[in-house]
Write a protein that binds this ligand. Structure first.
Ligand SMILES: [Zn+2]
Length: 444
């Protein structure tokens, strides 16, 4: 397999489009220029007009790489453990011990494997929380830089309930701000914007009003992202109410800190009032919807159709390790099941919104939009950077040897409801192949 552009592939093409439409070419041509951008995306033009060297990978499907808006790097080793615990108990039992141990040495060992696992699942952009330690955050960035994946990473900030028991409590805030500032200076925008920084106060339970405010102002100064958790779980919400008696609701804790805006990513946001929905949308902030996690921890079910109707920017997150696996296709399936369950309870009308093809869009172009990167990635369109994946739909058929569906809706349905851990055969960022998937030479 060629590891660098330019190259051209003949395959089935399936992609959401910026204008709201869909690209579905049963036999198509994708050409990637030397600069890693898509130069041709079109139905197969016939042999006369094809590039000199083109590799035919049919029946594989070329799609945009998936965008994971919410993941926790140190937590991966405990993925799949603790189903049904409430959030705060689960954090204490399964998560904080792992994060505390995530020092540079652990990160150097685990982060490269984590990036390969994301790529193998078809994810080419990951928005991740590291631990509170700056040196292991550095190691995670270094691993992403070497691997080639597109990544937004932040050192977790906590000045309450911190698992750093050695530091003088009076110094936590200033230390965490300084470390985050240094990391952003070092990494935000690296490799022409492939690596980006997110200031990362964990959530209002563990971050004081001052930490929220100061981190938001640092993020604005760097032009970096600001990410945190919002309204995930009942126990958490009660605790936020106790800690922030002056705030009118959970969102207000972030609003009054100046944290909301177009470079803000809020994870979960399940239990919002109508007023919070409206203010969140007006702020331009985006939401990382993590349905697999929300079911795993019994956190709740997002009324996604209501949010979308209000104009909210929503993409998908795996939220490993509260989400049991790194696959965004898995998140799509959990999300779809969640919406069906809401219909069954009568909480939302049975309107058939969000077909499988819409879930593919949520996992790719909508996620890019939350990041403000939809002009660069998220779909197969000429001029965009070639962050793409090759999927073998034969892995999704119920019986071996069956042909994959001809219709785009049916193909999308199989990818969402019968996603297979081996179906992603290759992944590229800017046309550079990522380690993780087996590679095109493994195709039979
Ligand atoms: Zn999370």
């Amino acid at each position: 397999m060629k590891h660098r552009p330019p190259f051209a592939l003949r395959a089935r093409l399936l992609s959401p489009l910026a204008d709201g439409g869909l690209l579905d070419a049963a036999d198509g041509l994708l050409e990637i220029g030397a600069d890693g951008r898509l130069t041709r995306v079109e139905p197969w033009p016939g042999d006369a007009e094809t590039p000199a060297s083109v590799r035919d990978i049919r029946p594989l499907v070329l799609m945009p790489g998936m965008v994971d808006l919410h993941a926790h790097l140190p937590q991966l080793p405990n993925a799949g453990l603790g189903s049904g615990l409430d959030l705060l108990t689960w954090l204490d039992r399964y998560i904080f011990p792992l994060e505390r141990a995530y020092d540079r040495e652990v990160a150097e060992r685990q982060a490269p494997a984590a990036w390969r696992a994301f790529a193998a699942a078809g994810t080419t952009t990951v928005v991740a929380y590291a631990a509170i330690w700056p040196d292991s955050t550095d190691a995670a960035f270094e691993a992403a830089e070497a691997h080639g994946i597109r990544a937004v990473i932040g050192k977790v900030m906590m000045d309450r309930l911190s698992y750093d028991t050695d530091i003088d409590p009076g110094e936590i805030l200033e230390t965490s701000l300084r470390q985050s500032d240094e990391l952003a200076s070092r990494w935000h925008g690296r490799d022409d914007g492939r690596l980006l920084y997110a200031f990362t106060p964990r959530f209002a339970v563990s971050s004081s009003a001052e930490m929220l405010k100061e981190s938001a102002s640092l993020a604005a100064r760097h032009g970096a992202y600001w990410q945190t958790h919002l309204s995930e779980d009942g126990g958490e919400m009660a605790e936020v109410g106790r800690l922030f008696p002056e705030a009118r609701d959970y969102l207000d804790c972030y609003e009054r800190a100046g944290g909301l805006g177009s470079r803000t990513i809020l994870a979960h946001a399940i239990h919002l009032s109508a007023d919070e929905v409206q203010r969140l949308v007006a702020s331009g902030s985006g939401v990382a919807h993590c349905p697999a996690s929300n079911l795993f921890l019994s956190s709740g079910m997002m009324r996604l159709s209501t949010y979308r109707a209000a104009g909210m920017k929503v993409g998908l997150g795996s939220d490993v390790a509260a989400g049991p696996d790194v696959s965004i296709f898995g998140a799509m399936r959990a999300g779809s099941v969640t919406q069906r369950a809401l219909e069954l309870t009568g909480a939302t009308p049975r309107d058939g919104e969000l077909r499988p093809i819409d879930w593919l869009r949520a996992g790719s172009l909508d996620g890019a939009r939350v990041l403000g990167l939809d002009d660069r990635i998220g779909s197969l369109e000429v001029g965009k950077e070639a962050d793409i994946i090759a999927v073998d739909p034969r892995f999704t058929t119920p019986l071996p040897g069956d042909d994959p569906p001809a219709e785009a809706d049916d193909l999308a349905s199989r990818l969402v409801f019968r996603s297979h851990p081996n179906m992603v055969r290759a992944a590229w960022v800017r046309g550079r192949v990522l380690a993780g998937p087996p590679g095109l030479d493994s195709i039979e």
